[in-house]
Write a protein that binds this ligand. Structure first.
Ligand code: 5AD
Ligand code: SF4
Length: 461
């Protein structure tokens, strides 16, 4: 009888994409995937470490699910992803019922590890600096949006961030692999593609003559001028190339680092018809001193010049961001500058966080930590301001006709469908299931919170 597994995904889109890879790896080895947890013989948690509450949430969830072992003695529980990478063996102590712990570069070994874990707890968290999961087509978890990993890892070491420690150094997948994967997604009917990487702007792939192994080169830290000859693709080149894929209608990407966002990329975005008018450009702080302590490698002047260039090239571009409140040493004046920049930029939307200590990162040892109460209070002020801006920005859309890619039934109202505009705004309107996967034109009649409301004026033919 085939073993059934379920993958529960936490954290960022990169984890969503990794879960699709894991499903594909296990299916190839004869396991079958289920979405009913009570049917599963193996429960895999794909976890996130970016903030403390992301970890505590998953630890709580694991303790709930291990109780299933009392009725199903053969049930296996596995932890993969950033938390598995960060904590490794320690997880065994946190929950004695865990059967396997597998880090982000070892998913190909999952079928063997699962076998071993029937006898004893199996832990495999070795880094593999060249692992990019070549020649694997992920099993898509939905048939509308494809999340396509173009690079793995991060070299930036922002001082608050655990990701470089859990996901290792940057490595880019080949243009051909990415192109083929997107073409296949297009053939399967997915029309919306998001290219993923911790910092997509530093994507770099060099297509060497066949006799030089890309793997060997990837594992080497070459200076660019020492590189052997080969065709060089940066992120803008990749974007232009995948823009040619005919079945795909929309392209977007996350995440961009302001230090690496080039003029060439801005022009490419403006020129490529499928690239949506949306960029996620994390600000983190509005104060230069704080940015420096965060090791972000840009100034506010630079950030503002990017905003200006983006809006000059694409007047209707939506700009979203990430901001941290209460980084160690952040003064009231410095935080006020963040509020000022938020007011000046007028982001469409922001993910806002209070600073969370991550052991092993540099900032964790910084003095002058901001008291929890102040972090929370600053976060609330930030959220209040951004909510005001988002509401205003959304209200400005009333009267517009927007192209919406229909994705699902609205959560609130079964007669309503929900989808997204090209600039990533959730839009609901009256309609039925038959519209899912179609592009419709919607006249915006209202804006409620972070949702646009409207009525269909034209369906895709
Ligand atoms: N504390 C709070 N927020 C963090 N982020 C990353 N690390 C931390 C941390 N230690 C936020 C950043 C990043 C987003 C994905 O998560 O804003 O852009
Ligand atoms: Fe973390 Fe900075 Fe890398 Fe983003 S760029 S993953 S915030 S270290």
């Amino acid at each position: 009888m085939t073993m059934k597994f379920i993958v529960k995904t936490y954290g960022c889109q990169m984890n969503v994409a990794d879960s699709e890879l894991i499903i594909s790896i296990l299916q190839k080895s004869g396991f079958s995937s289920t979405d009913k947890i009570e049917e599963a013989d193996i429960i895999i948690f794909n976890t996130c470490s970016v903030r403390e509450n992301a970890e505590s949430r998953v630890i709580g969830r694991i303790s709930n699910e291990v109780s299933r072992k009392t009725t199903n003695k053969d049930l296996l529980i596995g932890i993969v992803g950033c938390m598995a990478q960060r904590l490794g063996d320690e997880l065994k102590k946190i929950n004695k019922k865990i059967d396997f712990i597998v880090g982000v570069d070892q998913y190909s070994k999952l079928p063997e590890i699962i076998e071993v874990s029937r006898q004893k707890v199996a832990v495999e968290t070795t880094f593999n600096t060249t692992e990019i999961y070549e020649n694997l087509f992920p099993t898509r978890s939905n048939n509308l949006n494809a999340f396509v990993t173009i690079m793995r890892g991060c070299n930036n070491f922002c001082t608050y961030c655990i990701v470089p420690y859990t996901r290792g150094r940057e490595r880019s997948r080949s243009v051909t692999e990415i192109y083929n994967e997107i073409e296949q997604a297009g053939r399967e009917g997915l029309k919306d593609v998001t290219l993923l990487g911790q910092n997509v702007n530093s994507y770099l792939y060099i297509d060497y003559p066949e006799n030089i192994s890309q793997r060997a080169l990837n594992s080497y830290n070459y200076q660019l001028d020492e590189m052997p000859m080969g065709e060089r693709y940066d992120f803008a080149d990749l974007l232009r190339k995948v823009n040619e894929i005919k079945d795909i209608k929309r392209l977007r990407f996350i995440t961009s680092h302001p230090k690496d966002l080039s003029d060439k990329l801005i022009n490419t975005m403006a020129e490529c018809d499928k690239v949506c008018e949306h960029i996620h450009l994390p600000l983190q702080s509005g104060n230069n001193e704080v940015l420096q302590k965060m090791n972000r490698n840009y100034t506010i002047d630079h950030y503002m010049s990017l905003i200006h260039k983006l809006r000059s090239a694409m007047p209707n571009i939506a700009i979203t961001t990430d901001i941290i409140a209460g980084f160690p040493g952040e003064t009231e004046e410095q935080f006020d500058q963040t509020l000022q920049i938020v007011r000046a930029v007028q982001f469409d939307f922001a993910f806002m966080f209070k600073y969370s200590e991550r052991s092993g990162t540099k900032a964790c040892d910084f003095p002058d930590t901001v008291p929890e109460k102040v972090r929370l209070e600053r976060l609330q002020r930030l959220i209040d301001l951004q909510t005001e801006i988002t509401t205003l920005k959304y209200k400005q859309r009333i009267g517009n006709i927007e192209e919406v890619y229909v994705e699902c039934q609205s959560k609130r109202e079964s007669r309503e469908m929900s989808g997204k505009t090209r600039d990533f705004k959730i839009t609901v309107f009256e309609g039925d299931d038959s519209l899912i996967g179609k592009f419709v034109n919607v006249k915006i009649t209202d804006a409620v919170g972070w949702t646009l409301k409207g009525e269909i004026v034209q369906c895709e033919t």
